[in-house]
Design a protein around this ligand. Structure first.
Ligand SMILES: [Zn+2]
Length: 78
């Protein structure tokens, strides 16, 4: 299933709003809920922005704050 085909929230079923995620800092993923001092072993989904802040296409539900975004296109800037 492509992102463009997703039209409703997986949690509440409401229509999702299209937009963009961006961050001046990197966004990371971890499988563990533990707090960490350094980001060893975590995966960077969106890398640090240097000159331009890259925006990533995203979908969000304004009802329950679910946000869906695809990070793979950003691997080249990590
Ligand atoms: Zn929802």
């Amino acid at each position: 299933m492509k992102m463009d085909d997703i039209v409703s929230c997986p949690e509440c079923g409401n229509d999702l709003k299209k937009g963009y995620i961006f961050s001046p800092r990197r966004i990371c993923w971890s499988d563990s809920p533990d707090s960490i001092l350094a980001d060893f072993g975590s995966e960077t989904l969106i890398g640090d922005a240097w000159l331009k802040v890259k925006k990533v296409p995203a979908l969000r539900c304004e009802e329950c704050s679910v946000v869906i975004f695809k990070h793979k296109e950003n691997k080249d800037i990590n």
